[in-house]
Design a protein around this ligand. Structure first.
Ligand SMILES: *Cc1c(COP(=O)(O)O)cnc(C)c1O
Length: 223
């Protein structure tokens, strides 16, 4: 890519509707590049591995108005460190984890903002609830009073065409709306965390509110 990080950010920003949050995914991106994205106006950043994230967090401590989002699978022994350091969790993928986070959040006296990760189509490579499982777990999730359920997160399985991807995103939105309409106290359900570099334009067609972009901003990640 010949354009700079700042040029790419400006260009993509100009295509996003008002109210859609651009979250820069900085896994495997060194902190000097994160700084460039910050200078270009980004304030929401996402990481998927706690160990990698904490080193960079120290280097970026002076950028105190960043909101950090966690988007990776959460192992139970890392849960406390993760919710202590990330106000947003997009990858809440099981009732058991929700209950653990709720207990930890009580201890820490915090109210984490969370998205429930859903699988609209079966996908052995991803964690998360399928639609029926999630509906079944909702009453138990509602007892996790410390968690603020902001919405749903999804990643379509690999190998779908654009029409199929759009369908996954639309069904995710329908599910979020259905849950929101129950008007349960800690279920705000107004956010959709959908869309990565390859499919964010499709996610916009399904009214996503948060796009998580890595490669398209920072270039290919090293393997
Ligand atoms: C890596 C990652 C992204 C960003 O992916 P790109 O294709 O590089 O934009 C978004 N969401 C999650 C959950 C990720 O792990």
């Amino acid at each position: 890519m010949s354009s700079s990080i700042s040029e790419r950010i400006t260009k993509i920003r100009s295509t996003l509707p008002q109210g859609v949050k651009l979250i820069a995914v900085t896994k495997k991106v060194p902190s000097d590049k994160i700084r460039l994205a910050y200078e270009a106006g980004i304030r929401d950043f996402a990481e998927s591995r706690i160990q990698e994230a904490m080193g960079k967090r120290t280097e970026l401590e002076d950028l105190s108005d960043i909101t950090w989002h966690f988007i990776g699978h959460i192992q139970s022994n890392k849960a406390k460190k993760i919710i202590s350091n990330f106000p947003w969790i997009h990858s809440l993928d099981s009732l058991k984890l929700a209950q653990r986070l709720d207990r930890l959040a009580s201890e820490l006296e915090i109210n984490p903002l969370v998205c429930l990760q859903v699988k609209i189509l079966p996908d052995p490579n991803k964690s998360g609830w399928n639609i029926d499982e999630l509906k079944g777990d909702l009453p138990a999730l509602a007892l996790c009073k410390r968690l603020q359920f902001q919405g749903l997160m999804t990643i379509p399985p690999l190998g779908l065409n654009d029409v199929e991807i759009l369908d996954v995103f639309k069904r995710t939105k329908e599910l979020a709306t259905e849950i929101r309409d129950r008007n349960w106290q800690n279920f705000k359900m107004s956010d959709l965390s959908m869309g990565m570099s390859g499919d964010y334009k499709i996610a916009l067609q399904a009214d996503t509110t948060m796009v998580r972009l890595g490669t398209i901003l920072f270039g290919e990640r090293p393997l």
